[in-house]
Design a protein around this ligand. Sequence first.
Ligand code: UGA
Length: 448
Amino acid sequence: MEEKTITVLGAGYVGLTTAALLAHSGYKVFAIEPNPERLDVIKTGKSFFYEEGLDPIIKTAIDNGSLIPTNSYEDSVPSSSIVFSCVGTPDNPDGSSNLTYVFSAAEQAAGLMQQGSIFVQKSTVPVRTGEKIIELFESLGKTIPYVSNPEFLREGTALYDTLYFDRVVTGGHDQKAVNTILDVYRELEKERDTIASLAGVNAEPRKGKYIATSLNSAELIKVTANAFLALKISFANSIAKLSDSVDADIVEVMDAVGADERIGRAFLNAGRGYGGGCFPKDVSGLISSGLDNGIDLEVMQAAQAVNRSMPGYVVEKLKKHIGELDGKKVAVLGLAFKSGTSDVRKSPGVAIANVLSHAGVTTKAYDPQANQEAKQDLRRDVVLTDSHTDAISGVDAVIIATEWPEFKDYDFAALKELMSGDVLLDAVNIVEKTMIESKGLVYIGVGR
Ligand code: UGA
């Protein structure tokens, strides 16, 4: 076992980002990816998803030998002093997390880990999962220090969030192991400006905290943080619906409400609701954890219900302006669940396109990064276009469904000329109403 060798299990958004960054902080890092196509892409020095700044970090680390992509536990785990688990946790049909990969990765690694090496859980798991993994290790006759180290990075700003973190949380029964993992992040912090400059990402320091907790607290911190952010969004969307009926403007309302430091402006942007691989899953995961322990988290059930209503609410707003949907033509701009990523998991833009197409609308869709990934989730009759102008030409209405900055910079007068109708529904409230109206378009927002 070599002290400065780490294995990262799973090279998805979290795993690959973590592996690439640690490879620039003085560690030799094995990144395990079982999917052969994805592994081939990573070996060429690239990620298989779009994340700004990540490719140069991967490429230089592979070239200098500090990052080694592999599919082999045998070639990597035995020589590593730390194993980070970043495997996927898909949804079960009942909304709970499917932990098959979490347990199988832990079991496979445990069989190969040397005495004294530490197992770190970065995958988002329900509270008390760590206790079960420790029991699994014991049943295998292994005493392996287990540390929960939840991840708070956002897709699209993964490097910035990891380098200039708000907090690093580690929890576990073994204090020495907890401190060793905090030290790994201290090493990363030393290199962060150099890495940021190589990646071309913003190097704006945050006053990050190092927080050591109990194992169960660390697990609960992760899902609670995501659930609270999701709650803020659903709260904003509830008030947006009221704003629509009383002719107020949700952006004005939340700008002023969020100016209260106790509340904060972040995550109060109303629109088509939240998507992605985290919020929808973590909200239902937290509800399930509550029910498993006899606690009814009604507030989160309400947040979930509001969120599920939002794509339909957007389409209903459109209907009020353009009338019966059947036979109409509509363009949906934005299929990624948010800007800065090609990820379409639980994407509201995809949901909106599918609702429209189901209602008999000829639907065209375009995303600057996510067309390819959206294909499999879109109804077959939704037409994907290579450019926003192709999507828009001849349509009765355009819906902006992702907050891509470039959508704000379009020449809206020229777009209007391409359309056959004149309705612009801004489902993420990013464009200026007065500017849109000055171009001869009818502006509809969510809650404004
Ligand atoms: C989220 C958390 O923000 C991260 O801290 C966490 O590490 C991550 O989940 C995770 O668990 O791995 P992410 O899913 O990448 O990150 O995306 P966010 O930027 O949080 O956005 C989530 C969704 O909320 C997007 O669909 C976004 O458009 C929507 N949103 C966000 C709103 O509708 N309104 C807002 O005000 C903010």
